[in-house]
Design a binder for this molecule. Structure first.
Ligand SMILES: C[S@@+](CC[C@H](N)C(=O)[O-])C[C@H]1O[C@@H](n2cnc3c(N)ncnc32)[C@H](O)[C@@H]1O
Length: 253
């Protein structure tokens, strides 16, 4: 059965579910070569601290014990490299992303870092992962899930590919809940980010989409419920930096 004809949102625009993926792909094709620089500029380097918090939660074994992580919507490999560097010799990461341009940048970066044996880059859709059931010890998705048209399908796939005892971890922009910071954050999001997008990545529209898609994403409690509905247990939502970002987690038990 196809969902074609059902509506969703691309930023603030209402679009067909299938059209959304094409528009998201255009955004990341257009920004791939400048993506990592833009992350640093837009977040003032904060994305590094958020990713470090994610890696601490993944907690890969420091030993030779085999540990397989899938990093979905893993783009240019940032989370994968951090996990491999934190883990021991048995840590293997598969980056799975729908965008060949983002993956190409990731492969280059892995080779430069000498991490190509520990990190594999696979073209694939979060909604239909090209991996067998119960094949990973942990699943991460950082700043990716709000781009996926069918979030429930992606959560069901996360559950399917995790082994029993495996952990789901998601970093995503969230809802700022600190008085004063919310107004500042709005000003920054709707003015500074598109301007940076225009001058550095040559694409203000792409970055306007990013800001709008953040505002449309479900609130932490609603997203936690969706994770639980996919079958995960001990679901938790942890705000980071005043709620600019949230880390959601759950276990396949
Ligand atoms: C904001 S980037 C995040 C990249 C990386 N995780 C990071 O934190 O730097 C979002 C990524 O989601 C990917 N993406 C969008 N839709 C996807 C889908 N349906 N399946 C897999 N990846 C998808 C995009 O290609 C892009 O690389």
């Amino acid at each position: 059965m196809t969902d074609s004809g059902r509506d969703t949102h691309f930023g603030y625009k209402t679009v067909d579910l299938d059209a959304k993926q094409g528009m998201v792909d255009d955004v990341f094709r257009s920004v791939a070569s400048r993506y990592d620089l833009m992350n640093d500029l837009m977040s003032g380097g904060l994305h590094r601290a958020w990713k470090d918090a994610l890696v601490t939660a993944v907690n890969p074994p420091r030993s030779e014990q085999p540990f397989r992580l899938i990093d979905v919507a893993g783009g240019t490999g940032d989370v994968a490299f951090r996990v491999v560097e934190a883990g021991g010799g048995g840590t293997q990461v598969t980056v799975c992303d729908i965008n060949p341009d983002m993956l190409a940048v990731g492969r280059e970066r892995a080779a430069e870092r000498g991490l190509d044996a520990a990190v594999a880059f696979v073209d694939g859709n979060a909604e239909t992962l090209p991996f067998p059931d119960k094949s990973f010890d942990a699943y991460t998705i950082a700043f990716g899930i709000r781009n996926v048209p069918r979030i429930e399908a992606a959560l069901a796939e996360a559950f399917r590919v995790l082994k029993t005892g495996g952990r789901f971890l998601c970093l995503e922009f969230s809802t700022v809940d600190v008085p004063g910071l919310d107004a500042l954050y709005d000003l920054y999001s709707f003015n500074v980010i598109p301007a940076l997008g225009r001058s550095v990545a040559g694409d203000a529209e792409a970055y306007r989409y990013l800001v709008e898609s953040i505002r449309r994403f479900p609130k932490p409690a609603a997203f936690a419920q969706m994770i639980a509905a996919a079958g995960f247990r001990r679901v938790n939502a942890k705000p980071l930096t005043g709620g600019i970002v949230a880390m959601h987690s759950g276990w396949r038990l």
